[in-house]
Design a binder for this molecule. Structure first.
Ligand code: NAP
Length: 347
């Protein structure tokens, strides 16, 4: 494993330790997350070391912090997650590169994600530095802020792929987005509109005008109306909340409609909402077209998202930005399950 740095790299990049938010056990974020000085990771041959400028909080982070539903501890680690640093979205400046890396150099501004299907509990961006595989990074356009780029990896790619690939949103397609005011929902509403779809956003009264301003054609205020019991039918339902039994949600689909269950939900106990997720998945063997969306972190997907974000058609909505030292509060904010848009952490 070898690394290189160039003369313009700040002195800090040569230190062997870094400040990071470290998780000591499972529980409430303010109790189990602490600011600490730990060893800085070194990039492997096909990786780069990124001096982090911003990251964001996502569902996998609060799941790994709380360890609830408990069954997930079999995957994360019985007493605490195997990796002590949470966070997966990357936005920062390359500080050092691995031996095989030719397309990035120290000083390059990059964004992306550490998230991968075979390492769901991995992470490590709630820190001054993070190591990222080059295949999961792209160059950050100068016009894109680090704060916005920090949301692209997970919320951005999930929204983009749910609307563009899985749901094939486009002209003439009626798309319903449950949880339209959240991190993924705010981006999905805008992307579906950009693709030409007719968009219905489901949110609470407090967010109705806000979601309309994002471009939604119709709003269903869930405190007054239940879309699963209404007469309107949709070609695509992106369900970011899974607060209704999936079979009832499917009743709101048109005959050829696609259901995209996209939530582990805020469930508690041993299994939380996972049985509901499982029920949704088994419905694909019946007459319902159930499809999953995976946040596939590829350079092509990141570049496509960056193009949208710099075109003026897509704006990242951030409810609050926290400094790294307040990452526990940032995770607690996300745990309310009522964040408007995304929660960002800056370094
Ligand atoms: N497929 C993937 O790769 C992938 C990746 C990341 C996340 N996810 C999933 O995506 C889901 C959404 O993530 P997110 O980051 O968008 O979550 P989020 O930001 O925490 O969602 C918060 C939003 O949910 C809304 N909400 C809460 N209860 C609601 C209800 N009963 N009906 C409608 N809206 C409601 C809130 O609006 P109000 O305040 O108006 O209630 C709030 O704006 C997560 O559950 C996660 O499991 C999937």
């Amino acid at each position: 494993m070898s690394t290189s740095t160039n003369a313009t790299t700040p002195d800090d990049d040569r230190k062997t330790t870094m400040t990071a938010i470290v998780q000591r056990g499972y529980g409430l974020p303010q109790r189990v997350l602490t600011l600490d000085e730990i060893d800085r990771p070194a990039p492997g041959d096909d990786e780069v070391l990124v001096r982090m400028r911003a990251t964001s909080v996502n569902t996998p982070d609060w799941l790994a912090v709380t360890g609830v539903p408990y069954i997930l501890r079999l995957q994360f680690g019985l007493t605490r997650p195997a990796t002590p640093v949470r966070g997966s979205d990357v936005a920062g400046v390359v500080a050092a590169v691995g031996a095989n890396v030719t397309e990035f150099r120290p000083g390059d501004e990059v964004f992306g994600s550490l998230w991968s299907d075979n390492a769901r509990s991995s992470g490590g961006t709630f820190a001054e530095y993070a190591v990222a595989p080059i295949s999961q990074l792209a160059r950050k356009p100068a016009a894109l802020s680090f704060e916005s780029a920090a949301v692209a990896g997970m919320s951005g790619l999930t929204a983009l792929l749910a609307m563009r690939e899985v749901g094939a949103a486009g002209p003439g397609r009626r798309v319903l987005i449950n949880g339209a005011s959240g991190g993924i929902g705010t981006l999905a509403v805008q992307i579906a509109k950009t693709l030409g779809a007719h968009v219905t956003g489901v949110c609470s009264t407090r967010n109705a005008e806000f979601v309309q301003a994002l471009g939604a054609d119709d709003i269903i205020d869930y405190t007054r109306d239940d879309f699963t019991r209404g007469t309107r039918r949709f070609d695509v339902i992106l369900d970011n909340v899974l607060n209704h039994p999936p079979a009832r949600t499917a009743r709101a689909l048109s005959p050829e409609g696609i259901l995209i269950p996209n939530s582990v939900g805020p469930g508690r106990g041993l299994f939380g909402s996972l049985p509901r997720v499982a029920r949704a998945m088994t419905m694909r063997w019946g007459s319902t077209d159930v499809r999953t969306v995976t946040c596939a972190v590829t350079r092509a997907n990141l570049d496509a998202l960056a193009a949208l974000l710099t075109s003026g058609d897509l704006e990242v909505i951030t409810e609050k930005t926290y400094p790294l030292a307040q990452a526990p509060e940032a995770v607690a904010h996300m745990l309310t399950h009522h964040a408007r848009g995304n929660i960002v952490i800056t370094m």
